[in-house]
Write a new protein. Structure first.
Length: 126
């Protein structure tokens, strides 16, 4: 089994409490890195499983985030919508060491690379 290769992303204090920071990737959609009021850090694809809303713009509460579009509650630990809603956002491994936030380099390079970007605005009407 291969050991994880971790990539330093930022410091914990760089992520707003009860908020998120977006991490751009060379391929695929951004990853949202969340921080709750206990300084726990979680990482999900920045795309709600419902209509593709930017989870990084949602409000964090406990170990969940509310999607800013339709207020779906998404669990930060597993990326899954809370019942009665269904669907999951891609989860990424995250860890904190000495105040630094790390994401798994292989996951960043390979997970959800082909996920379609949400279409907003007039183009969505076509």
């Amino acid at each position: 089994m291969k050991m994880n290769e971790w990539t330093a992303i930022c410091r914990v204090e760089d992520i707003p409490v009860l908020g998120a920071r977006r991490v751009a990737r060379p391929g695929g959609m951004d990853v949202a890195v969340f921080r709750n009021d206990q300084d726990q850090v979680f990482a999900l694809l920045d795309r709600c499983p419902h209509k593709g809303g930017p989870l990084s713009q949602g409000i964090v509460f406990g170990t969940s985030v509310a999607c800013p579009l339709h207020n779906w509650t998404i669990g930060l630990a597993d990326g899954c919508a809370k019942a009665p809603d269904e669907g999951c956002a891609q989860r990424f491994s995250a860890k904190v060491e000495n105040g630094a936030v790390y994401l798994d380099a292989m996951e960043l390079a390979s997970l959800a690379i082909d996920a379609p970007r949400p279409v907003a605005g007039p183009a969505a009407l076509r």
